[in-house]
Design a binder for this molecule. Structure first.
Ligand SMILES: [Ca+2]
Ligand SMILES: [Ca+2]
Ligand SMILES: [Ca+2]
Ligand SMILES: [Ca+2]
Length: 296
């Protein structure tokens, strides 16, 4: 991850922390904040190891079920570090590298946290089955393929029950380079046996390269909607309203001409029960975008 991406992500977290600690978005700070002490710890002095590649994706979750969140990162290898001794365990090794996103969640409903990521050749999406306590072989199951054109890459990954059948589905966006139109957003429907390859693929939209995506019930009707941000082209930010258990999607354009990259994130920042949208940028990297929900 480049310094400017790290800087922008830090800004997002700082903003979220500031809002969480100070209440409503509109309240200015009246007094200097007290110091919040932190202790710096190096989890791994050589995290990229022999691969020499930087790290691209990260997540936190209790992989071994001991009650403490562990750390998961991906580059050439997908690995997790056990809290608090930070023992390293390899989940999988890519042919090239794991691209820029992953999600944790209990895919098969057996109580442990599994992982989904674009994998292997970057045109496929996998889920990796936790062997129980994270130690041992993680079996890789192929979820499906995106457009296999050479310039298409699986990019953002989310996990959520789109059709409301109780089984988490997997949502994926495509990066297309150069940034012509033709980047699709798909959701892959989990079958009754998640180990079956090639889950049914549903297309939500095809638009400009889509490097920002998150999921949440944006319209508050009880089902999961999808938020996307285009990296280039018209650079639209849109909410895709889930209709009829994922069978159709209604677009609500939030904004145009504002880039989304390596986000977005939806979160209820002001505590009114409705989701805001945050996004960072690459080309226009000094920008950190926040779309607040308006009062109707
Ligand atoms: Ca743990
Ligand atoms: Ca599981
Ligand atoms: Ca489902
Ligand atoms: Ca909804």
């Amino acid at each position: 991850m480049t310094k400017r991406m790290s800087w922008a992500l830090s800004l997002i977290f700082s903003l979220a922390l500031a809002i969480a600690s100070k209440g409503p978005l509109s309240s200015p700070a009246s007094e200097p904040a007290e110091e919040i002490p932190f202790q710096h710890v190096i989890i791994d002095k050589d995290a990229s190891g022999a691969t020499g590649q930087g790290m691209d994706c990260k997540a936190g979750g209790d992989i071994d079920g001991d009650g403490f969140p562990d750390v998961v990162i991906g580059s050439k290898e997908l690995v997790w570090y056990h809290h608090p001794d930070w023992a390293k365990h390899v989940i999988a090794v890519a042919e090239k590298e794991f691209t820029t996103d992953m999600q944790l969640g209990d895919v098969d409903g057996d109580g442990d946290i599994d992982l989904s990521a674009p994998g292997k050749d970057q045109h496929t999406v996998y889920w990796f089955e936790n062997p129980g306590n994270g130690r041992g072989d993680w079996v890789a199951h192929m979820v499906g393929r995106i457009n296999e054109a050479e310039d298409h890459y699986a990019d953002r990954v989310a996990m959520a029950d789109i059709n409301g059948d109780g089984r988490p589905d997997i949502i994926v966006t495509e990066e297309v380079s150069p940034a012509t139109q033709g980047s699709s957003v798909y959701w892959f429907e989990q079958p009754s046996d998640p180990r079956r390859v090639n889950w049914v693929r549903h297309r939500v939209v095809t638009q400009y390269t889509t490097n920002a995506m998150d999921v949440g019930d944006v319209d508050g009707d009880g089902d999961i909607d999808i938020v996307t941000g285009e990296h280039r082209g018209s650079r639209r930010v849109a909410v895709w309203e889930n209709r009829d258990h994922g069978k159709s999607w209604v677009e609500h354009v939030v904004d145009t001409g504002k880039e989304g990259y390596l986000g977005a994130r939806v979160a209820d920042l002001d505590g009114d029960g409705r989701l805001e949208i945050l996004s960072i940028c690459w080309d226009t990297y000094p920008h950190l975008h926040l779309w607040r929900r308006s009062v109707r």
